[in-house]
Design a protein around this ligand. Structure first.
Ligand code: G16
Length: 543
């Protein structure tokens, strides 16, 4: 094997977003585009001697080609070993699990998460550090700085590695170990949850459907839910990962997971439904004709953690992203533990978990997880719910309603306006920024504005400060509206409007969230001049 240096010129658009660099496939296919980014990662982390790298992706279009390039670059950059999932497949949580289990210097995950795939779809790449979590901002900023100056990259001249057969392959001084992508992850799940009671539930007639959306979780769900827990094989649908996700949009929400939604809202519906996304870190939880918001899911898992073997010793604390509802805060208060409010992005939870300050974390964007790894974890959330359902022997809807009766209901919804021109989205945000003072104290019907700000966060562990994390319009009764631009889209801009109010009255808990939030919805549209500035009246996605 010969390692060589290739002269390159920088691209100026390689700034990582909320979770790594995400672009359309044709952009990644430009000459040296992928190589520049990978070399910038390696230069930033200054590969320590005898380092191992974990490598894998969600199987989307361009996954295999990118893996071969990265293996050749890893060999030329002095890695001792690369552990790659068979077929180039690793879910994001499984990659995090492997980084931690084998104490590697980190990992590279190839995924654009819930974004569509295929030759014209999206691709993505992100670096996770040795704790198994997404690189924090100071590292992603250093990677971006390196990208803007890169002049050369190193790559080995070697044949492609056989990715479909398990085993070790020697390439010059580096070993490529092709591993089973599921095994270590499945073992970790078995160590956390009461598999015996879940198995009893699943063989007793309790019916489940898991929608893998033709994305990475198919093999994981089959091994865990069917092989290890005894669910019937047809409990997992869309189980074969496809490079274009079967033409679908692998985002587990009520709009895009329509196969599952039709089943769970249809006749003779199963008792429990769940879906995961492209790379397996998101989850949507459904009961018979019933949707659990991700914010409620986090709160309910926290309140019931004592039923789950892996969490019976108690929770150190809970963390949620700022736009996530405060339902979890109420549980934390009742448990006498702290609740942290961070900016959007799983990377902000890493320090809190490493410092032992929190055990459970969650985000409104269908992400839930714990300190078992440093990523959100779709199947983990499914197993947590199944463990809880097995222990409580009640329907999912009853569990949620009892939770609301005890803690009150944080009525919540997110409205997404996708693919709007960037200038229009920026003008909405600018208008809102300019209205902080004039909005203060203004009365809208029964609601009065208490405070407006742009959320900023000081990490309690390392003191780093992140500003500009979302505009908050807070009302005196605790209701709020949050405006934020998504950091994961690749087409125009996505404006997210998060709406929340608190309803203590059990008599009103049955009301539809959109109905309960209608006043906030119209205030949001009025103060943002949404229609005038974006031409939109209705959101593209409501969750
Ligand atoms: C990523 C991050 C999440 C974040 C989500 C939404 O998820 O890991 O922490 O909540 O994006 O971000 P945004 O609102 O900026 O689009 P994923 O599943 O896409 O990796």
């Amino acid at each position: 094997m010969q390692a060589g240096t290739v002269v390159t010129t920088p691209y100026q658009d390689q700034k990582p977003g909320t979770s790594g660099l995400r672009k359309r496939v044709p952009i990644f296919q430009q000459t040296h585009y992928l190589e520049n980014f990978v070399q910038s990662i390696f230069d930033t982390i200054a590969v320590p001697p005898n380092s191992t790298l974990v490598l894998g992706g969600d199987g989307r279009y361009y996954n295999r080609e990118a893996i071969q390039v990265i293996l050749k670059m890893a060999a030329a950059n002095g890695f001792w070993r690369v552990m790659v999932g068979r077929g180039g497949i690793l879910s994001t949580p499984a990659a995090s699990c492997l980084i931690r289990k084998y104490r590697t210097c980190g990992g590279i995950i190839l995924s654009a998460s819930h974004n569509p795939g295929g030759p014209e779809g999206d691709f993505g790449i992100k670096y996770n550090t040795a704790n198994g979590g997404p690189a924090p901002e100071k590292i992603t900023e250093a990677i971006f700085a390196a990208c803007k100056q890169i002049a050369q990259y190193r790559i080995a001249d070697m044949p492609d590695v056989e990715l479909d057969r398990l085993g070790d392959y020697e390439i010059g001084d580096m070993t490529v170990t092709v591993i089973d992508p599921v095994e270590a992850y499945a073992e970790l799940m078995e160590s956390l949850f009461d598999f015996a009671s879940i198995r009893s539930l699943l063989v007793s007639g309790f019916r489940i459907k898991f929608d893998a959306m033709h994305a990475v979780t198919g093999p994981y769900a089959r091994e865990i839910l069917v092989n290890r827990l005894g669910a019937p094989a047809d409990s997992v649908i869309n189980a074969v990962p496809l490079p274009d996700f079967g033409g679908g949009h692998p985002d587990p929400n009520l709009t895009y997971a329509h196969d599952l939604v039709e089943i769970l809202y249809g006749e003779n519906a199963p008792d429990f439904g769940a879906a995961s996304d492209g790379d397996g870190d998101r989850n949507m939880i459904l009961g018979k004709h019933f949707f659990v918001t991700p914010s409620d899911s986090l709160a309910i898992l926290a309140a019931n953690a004592y039923l789950v073997p892996g969490y019976q010793q108690g929770l150190a604390g809970i963390a949620r992203s700022m736009p996530t509802s405060a339902a979890a805060d109420r549980v934390a208060k009742a448990l006498g533990i702290p609740c942290f409010e961070t900016p959007t992005g799983w990377k902000f939870f890493g320090n809190l978990m490493d410092a032992g300050k929190v055990t459970l974390c969650g985000e409104e964007s269908f992400g839930t997880g714990s300190d078992h790894i440093r990523e959100k974890d779709g199947l983990w959330a499914v197993l947590f719910w199944l463990n809880m359902l097995a222990a409580r022997k009640q329907s999912l809807e009853t569990i949620v309603r009892e939770h609301w009766a005890r803690f009150g209901r944080n009525v919540y919804s997110r409205h997404d306006y996708e693919g709007i021109p960037a200038e229009a989205a920026n003008s909405v945000m600018k208008l809102l920024h300019g209205s902080f003072e004039s909005l203060k104290g203004v009365q809208f019907g029964d609601l009065q504005v208490k405070l407006c700000d742009d959320f900023s966060y000081t990490d309690p562990v390392d003191g780093s400060v992140s500003t500009g994390q979302g505009v908050r319009i807070l009302f005196t009764d605790g209701s709020r509206i949050v405006f934020r631009l998504s950091g994961t889209g690749t087409e125009g801009a996505t404006l997210r409007i998060y709406l929340e109010s608190f309803e203590p009255d059990v008599g009103k808990h049955h009301l539809d969230a959109q109905e309960s939030l209608s006043t906030l919805i119209s205030i949001a549209s009025q103060i943002s001049e949404l229609h005038k500035r974006t031409g939109r009246i209705q959101p593209t996605v409501i969750t």
